[in-house]
Design a protein around this ligand. Structure first.
Ligand code: NI
Ligand code: MN
Length: 225
């Protein structure tokens, strides 16, 4: 299985079976993203919330015959109305897909579609795939239940926003990493635009102060899991 960072909060997971899962594809309007929508195919697209820097290129990548869009009910129905195949979840709920288990978790954030419709609650994901547990936090501020998710799941990789302003900053994200008790944190949602400027190596040091480890991935970089 490969975990590929696509820049901002976008990741691709390529399972051993070849199944391609893309989370929060924001590529064509992100100058830091080396791979663009035309380069990618997805069996599943997982969307944490409806903001443009997360739904991004979903409509360009999703294939109506092949792709399932997984999101909170309100956002899933937004895509279902346009003829896309979707799977709706709600916060706390989980579903066993062919590739593994997906649980929707809480995120402290807003969610409105690019055309101004209510997008449901913002969310994150806990994924159990091929024996590896990955938590994608979505866009979120810090909140105490992050600790609870660490009790419920043995998280191997915590994909966590560090850019501040709209989400946790470096210090919050380092504390959240210790609360969720992840083996490794991977920083995201930074340096894409000036308001979310942050040094991922400063985050790495902040995480080390809690006895934890962070892996900094450059956009386009792969991690073999
Ligand atoms: Ni957002
Ligand atoms: Mn965002």
């Amino acid at each position: 299985m490969i975990l590929r960072y696509l820049g901002h909060s976008a990741f691709q997971i390529v399972c051993s079976s070849g199944i391609s899962i893309i989370i929060d594809p924001f590529l064509d309007n992100n100058p830091l993203a080396p791979l663009k929508s035309k380069d990618l195919e997805a069996d599943y697209i997982l969307l944490s919330h409806a903001h443009g820097d997360h739904c991004g290129d979903t409509l360009k990548i999703a294939d109506k015959g092949k792709t399932t869009i997984v999101a909170v009910s309100e956002l899933a129905s937004y895509f279902a109305k346009s003829g896309y195949h979707t799977h709706a979840l709600q916060i706390g709920g989980a579903h066993q897909f062919s590739f593994g288990n997906v649980r929707l978790i809480k995120a402290e954030h807003g969610s409105m579609t690019p055309d101004g419709r209510y997008g449901g609650l913002a969310a994150g994901f806990i994924l159990n795939i091929e024996g590896t547990c990955i938590c994608h936090a979505g866009d979120t501020g810090i909140f105490g239940d992050i600790r609870m998710y660490g009790e419920l799941h043995e998280i191997d990789y915590y994909l966590v926003p560090i850019g501040g302003n709209y989400t946790m900053d470096i210090q919050d994200a380092a504390l959240a990493t210790s609360w969720i008790n992840a083996k490794y944190a991977i920083p995201m949602h930074y340096n894409t635009f000036p308001l979310v400027k942050a040094d991922p190596y400063e985050f790495q040091r902040a995480v080390q102060a809690y006895g934890k480890q962070a892996i900094v991935l450059a956009p386009g970089e792969d991690l073999s899991l």
